[in-house]
Design a binder for this molecule. Structure first.
Ligand SMILES: Cc1cc2nc3c(=O)[nH]c(=O)nc-3n(C[C@H](O)[C@H](O)[C@H](O)COP(=O)(O)O)c2cc1C
Length: 233
């Protein structure tokens, strides 16, 4: 059993809330894992060329090609993304769009696998976590847990955070704010968030080792998908 972790943050590992939370989930699974950061990777969105229709292999040549095998061989996914404009950031969206390659001719490569969705926002991390859950559903991957936390908005480090009237520091602490290291949000200083990440990891490890029945999960997710589609027409 192997888990693939993906951090969709553009920031360095040390400063990324997403990376830290995805890592915390993975470390608590007790299972073998691979943690890949999308930072600096060139991954474009799906271009709908249908080059993958025949064999379920994307023909676009960029950094996604090297990740295909890891996606195929993983039994579960822990995917995290930052909140950009109340949705996923672009590289995570592109990465997940490219899962289109697995869908054709009832391609069941991803069906019935398990997932944890992680989101981090300067204000709200729930949006990207919910978006990842939706991508999972389209691939009949069950989201067994969602984890969200508050990360450091760029306004704390851009150099103008104390004087900018529309930046996060003034919005949170008022006009006379003086930025101190203690006030900069960091998921590692949020015990309830770290506890949720640990709990999600333990649950994922348990689900994978307790006779994970991919066929049963697939059926459950297909049912959920039908309900979602019925609700949207
Ligand atoms: C282009 C951009 C747009 C953002 N939009 C939002 C937003 O709409 N809501 C929010 O809560 N945070 C927003 N943020 C703040 C990030 O979500 C925050 O910095 C988070 O910590 C990023 O995760 P990371 O540290 O793992 O990179 C935005 C940041 C950037 C760079």
């Amino acid at each position: 059993m192997k888990i693939l972790g993906i951090s969709g943050s553009c920031r360095k590992e040390e400063t990324s809330g997403v990376f830290q939370l995805v890592k915390a989930v993975l470390e608590n699974t007790g299972m073998e894992f691979d943690l890949v950061s999308l930072r600096g990777k060139k991954i474009g969105g799906c271009i709908a060329c249908l080059g993958c229709a025949e064999d379920n292999i994307c023909k676009v040549n960029d950094d996604m090609s090297a990740l295909r095998d890891k996606i195929v061989t993983a039994d579960a996914y822990v995917i995290g993304a930052p909140n950009y404009y109340s949705t996923l950031n672009a590289v995570t969206h592109s990465f997940l769009e490219r899962w289109f390659q697995f869908r054709h001719q009832e391609g069941s490569t991803l069906w019935g696998k398990l997932g944890v969705a992680v989101g981090v926002g300067g204000m709200d991390g729930r949006f990207p976590a919910n978006d990842i859950e939706k991508f999972f559903l389209y691939n009949f991957v069950e989201t067994i847990a969602k984890v969200d936390g508050q990360g450091a908005a760029s306004c704390y480090s851009c150099g103008y955070g104390e004087t900018c009237g529309v930046g996060a520091p003034q919005m949170m602490y008022g006009k006379d704010v003086k930025i101190t290291p203690e006030m900069i949000p960091d998921v590692r200083k949020q015990p309830e968030v770290m506890a949720k990440a640990a709990e999600a990891g333990r649950l994922l490890g348990k689900r994978l080792t307790d006779g994970h029945d991919r066929q049963a999960v697939t059926q459950k997710m297909q049912q959920q998908m039908m309900e979602m589609l019925k609700g949207s027409v």
